[in-house]
Design a protein around this ligand. Structure first.
Ligand code: WTA
Length: 652
């Protein structure tokens, strides 16, 4: 949070109000704020009544900070809400997914078909001995079976833990172990960047570790050569295809866990954030309806996230399906086979609502307007952004070049922990400012506070906090109650601290300023500095490592590492060593965590008490004059490091 950022913000005074036509037809009208304010918990009960419950709740909320229970006594099934209800209401023929594989293969899946697929998969899971409460790890490319697997777990009350397909075998193993998963659902591989990549070998490697995994269910996606353990591995098509296409669902407690999703925090060990059914579904359905203004009969909605992240859970699987939306699901990368692929698909499917991340918008800007300009994007009527602060330039470009100057933009702030959108414009109500997430949604209480937890006035910055419980809030960190309390609820007594800095402008609009802890945000993905440091130190040549996130024009932040090598062991030199270390981090965590730059140093800047001063390293990594270094044990260190980094090369 530098002075310069604050200054830039205060000069942003452009405002974009929704058109009268958009405002008139919008799902959310201005009165929603007042209704939520007046209703309190009753407002959320009203939203919960939009779902199908087998048994209604007795008590809406029980709040013993930091533990919340919502819709207590209610019985519900997530899969029934996402699928059966639409078929029962006569919409079985509506398209749920237009799937487009990277090589260009397509599948059109109706709600009736998706329900049948999920029923078959649920029957197969039952045949494999999976029962309610069991954990199932899902490690898949972005193909329809990933959503089918999630919904099949939900249908039988099994708790899914989706692990992003870009994570390494080691990262997969630690997540399987932490959740004690009994089954892994994967694929032979998927298609990306013009070729087939393999996934199953990483599962095989992970399962060399100690786990209680009994079976591995494998979708055949690429038909590549796949090593097979016939005692353990089962082809998806061999067991799923022969099942009945109907399945009688059981209903679960509102507070029964729906899923675990691991996310980086300030320590090396990822946190298993878990969500429960009733509250989570209530808020994802509500937010998807009011923020994306979804009209299920006419809209074609496309969220470009992967199911491996919370955005894919809330706004590709649960939210849109509960609302009966028609969606696009695309397996591959935005530049394969050409840089206009996303725009080509917008035109092909007549996409009306597009939800993506600032890093992709900036990449499109870099590639140039000629790619979007080749396609007809006039079907678009609403644009969304998520994952990191969107800079005003990118916002304006998104509005004009992609949205043709007519689409409202919803910049949505939320987290894996919050489960659903918390701060966002309402597209038919809010006059938006480029780069601001604007205001808490109706029903949500968010504030910006100072060090003492006192709300700051307009024009001031501080910490973003949430001071009232919300239905889709995380219920805990899997198996780590203390860590849950310590991480989120200890900074300010009984108040959720999100880890982000924010500023209120003179009108009280909220501007997110990035993380204030040791979490980096690289292309909208959270990676902890400690996690990368411990991966580096696990390499035999590294004695000590310090990692910082440095501002990066494309990815938001880039990972910059400073390492001290061990004495007395053979190691490679220069670029070869750096490559080996980057590959090592990719192996330990995944390619997304590869440092952009690694610099070998003799010393790290430390205080006399031995604490690494990351702030100074960040100055160097961001090419700034190094700040106050008077508390350093050795004041010369920073000079040497600054000179060294200027000559170090970056890759990718
Ligand atoms: C950041 C992603 C600014 C923020 C849904 C948060 C944002 C972290 C925005 C959560 C936004 C997300 N503006 N920053 N609109 N959306 N962030 O858990 O730092 O992957 O704490 O959830 O992303 O990342 P996560």
């Amino acid at each position: 949070m530098t002075e310069e950022t604050l200054d830039n913000l205060s000069s942003e005074d452009r405002v974009f109000a929704p058109s009268p036509e958009f405002a008139a037809q919008a799902n959310a009208q201005p009165s929603l704020y007042g209704e939520a304010e007046a209703g309190g918990v009753a407002f959320w009960e009203e939203q919960a009544r939009e779902l199908i419950w087998e048994r209604k709740w007795d008590t809406a909320l029980e709040w013993n900070p930091p533990f919340a229970k919502w819709f207590i006594g209610g019985k519900i099934n997530a899969s029934v809400n996402a699928l059966d209800r639409h078929v029962a209401e006569g919409h079985g023929g509506r398209i749920a997914f237009h799937f487009e594989g990277e090589p260009g293969d397509t599948r059109t899946i109706s709600y009736a078909q998706l329900l049948a697929d999920v029923c078959k998969a649920a029957n197969a899971l039952t045949e494999l001995g999976i029962v309610a409460g069991d954990r199932v790890a899902i490690y898949m490319p972005l193909i329809p079976e990933a959503a089918v697997a999630m919904l099949a777990c939900a249908r039988i009350g099994a708790i899914h833990s989706v692990v992003f397909g870009g994570f390494s075998a080691d990262a997969l193993l630690s997540r399987i172990q932490d959740a004690d998963a009994k089954l892994v659902i994967t694929a032979d591989g998927g298609f990306r960047k013009g070729g087939a990549f393999a996934l199953k070998p990483a599962v095989d490697e992970a399962l060399l570790g100690k786990t209680n995994v009994e079976k591995v269910l494998v979708v055949k996606r690429t038909a590549q050569e796949t090593a097979w353990n016939s005692d353990r591995d089962i082809w998806w098509h061999e067991i799923v295809d022969r099942q009945h296409s109907t399945h009688t669902p059981e209903f679960f407690d509102s507070e029964h866990p729906l899923f675990i999703l691991y996310t980086s925090g300030t320590t090396a060990k990822p946190k298993g954030i878990f969500h429960t059914i009733g509250g989570y579904l209530t808020q994802v359905a509500y937010t998807h309806k009011v923020v994306f203004d979804i009209k299920p009969k006419t809209d074609v909605y496309w969220c470009t996230a992967d199911v491996g992240w919370i955005t894919g859970h809330s706004y590709m699987v649960y939210g849109p399906l509960i609302n009966g939306a028609t969606q696009v699901m695309y397996e591959g990368t935005p530049d394969t086979p050409h840089k206009g692929r996303i725009f080509e698909l917008v035109e092909k499917y007549g996409v009306t609502i597009l939800y993506t991340a600032p890093t992709l918008i900036r990449t499109w800007m870099k590639w140039g307007e000629e790619f979007p300009n080749q396609f007809n994007l006039s079907s678009l009527r609403l644009l969304g952004s998520v994952g990191e602060p969107i800079n005003p330039e990118a916002w304006i470009w998104y509005r004009h070049v992609i949205g043709g100057g007519r689409c409202p933009i919803v910049d949505t702030w939320w987290q894996t922990e919050t489960g659903a959108i918390m701060i966002s414009p309402l597209p038919g109500v809010t006059a938006t400012k480029p780069g601001s997430a604007m205001r808490p949604l109706p029903g949500i209480s968010a504030k910006v506070v100072d060090d003492n937890g006192v709300p700051v006035g307009n024009g001031h910055g501080g910490y973003l906090i949430l001071d009232k419980p919300w239905p889709s809030m995380l219920r805990g960190v899997w198996g780590e109650e203390e860590r849950f309390k310590e991480t989120y609820w200890s900074r300010f007594e009984g108040i959720y601290f999100a880890g982000d800095g924010a500023k209120l402008d003179d009108d009280g609009a909220i501007w997110l300023l990035g993380r204030v802890d040791d979490v980096m945000n690289v292309s909208g993905h959270r990676i902890s500095t400690t996690e990368v440091e411990s991966a580096l130190v696990s390499h035999e040549t590294v004695a000590e490592a310090a990692v910082v996130g440095a501002a990066d024009p494309m990815t938001g932040q880039g990972i910059v590492a400073f390492v001290i090598l061990r004495g007395g062991i053979e190691h490679l030199e220069g670029d070869a060593l750096v490559k080996q270390l980057r590959d090592h981090v990719a192996k330990e965590i995944g390619a997304i965590a590869k440092p952009r730059q690694i610099m070998v140093v003799n010393e790290l800047p430390k205080t006399r008490s031995g604490k690494i001063m990351r702030r100074l390293l960040k100055d160097v990594a961001e090419n700034r004059a190094v700040g106050d270094a008077t508390t350093l044990a050795d004041p010369n260190v920073m000079k040497l490091i600054s000179e060294g980094l200027k000559s170090a090369t970056s890759e990718d």
